[in-house]
Design a protein. Structure first.
Length: 290
């Protein structure tokens, strides 16, 4: 399968493409063509046009979770592609917020001074409601193309989640990321796993794959691992924790690992020291096979 990074935080090797804090992956397989996430704006579409990629060729849009940096370009996609359905986990339309000072009491967050809205645009969701397929159970989009919605919790969730909230009944509570899903593609009896941010923990996502397809080896993992502090390249966990994660990923994934966006450059460098040439950075405009 061929993967093109339409947008990511960092510029890549191609001149003229625009980077932004967000992620959008164009995935072309033998069976179908998928767009996973749309970045924070319409930049993914501008970049696609610059690279000669026709968004009308997309059969499915898969939205990894309900944050703006992955679904901010929904309206642009629906305007550029008139037929593809968007596959979205139920609950991704909730009012999500980022806290500027995590750990503060709910009452202080309710003042509005210490939070910012980071969810999807409800007007866009309403305007294009007939294009959205809300799911709460796994579905298959084509032969060997699966969207998984149940992610075990044997491992801790990403520690960078501590500044991420959802507003329920007028109160701010920690986001449990029940709105997150993952994409699983099978090719040559092996699995390639795609995450948006892996807020649920990338190791938990691999467990979800093993539960869904026992005995199917995981060849590659692509996506963000949420190891950074908010809008920063600094790590949200200790260097030792990142190193242990890299070692376990190296043991559970037989081939390459491609990560960026919310992983952060500090964590990437620590993982690189463990994984060497098996680890690759996601960058705007980069194309590769997995």
């Amino acid at each position: 399968m061929n993967i093109t990074i339409l947008v990511e935080n960092s510029p890549g090797p191609l001149a003229g493409l625009e980077a932004e804090f967000g992620l959008s992956l164009f995935i072309k397989t033998r069976q179908t063509t998928i767009l996973m996430d749309t970045g924070a704006s319409g930049r993914f579409a501008i970049n696609a046009a610059a690279m000669g990629i026709d968004l009308e060729s997309v059969d499915w849009l898969v939205l990894s979770h309900g944050h703006y940096d992955h679904g901010g370009g929904l309206e642009t996609f629906f305007q550029r592609n008139r037929r593809a359905k968007a596959i979205v986990k139920r609950g991704a339309n909730q009012p999500f917020y980022g806290s500027l000072m995590p750990g503060l009491p709910d009452l202080l967050h309710r003042s509005g001074l210490l939070t910012r809205y980071i969810g999807l645009d409800p007007k866009v969701l309403g305007r294009f409601s007939e294009r959205i397929q809300w799911i709460d159970a796994p579905i298959s989009l084509a032969a060997g193309v699966h969207v998984l919605t149940t992610i075990p919790r044997a491992y801790p969730l990403a520690k960078g989640n501590r500044n991420l909230l959802v507003r329920r009944d007028g109160h701010f509570v920690p986001d449990d990321f029940g709105h997150e899903l993952l994409l699983l593609l099978e090719e040559d009896a092996q699995a390639v796993v795609f995450s948006g941010c892996a807020h649920s923990g990338v190791l938990n996502m691999l467990d979800a794959v093993h539960s869904f397809k026992p005995g199917c080896p995981i060849r590659s993992v692509v996506g963000g691992f949420h190891l950074n502090l908010p809008r920063s390249e600094k790590m949200s966990v200790s260097e030792n924790e990142v190193r242990k994660l890299a070692v376990e990923l190296g043991q559970r994934v037989s081939g390459t690992i491609h990560t960026g966006h919310c992983t952060g450059s500090e964590a990437f460098d620590v993982m690189k020291a463990e994984l060497g040439p098996r680890l690759h950075a996601l960058r705007t405009g980069v194309q590769f096979e997995a």
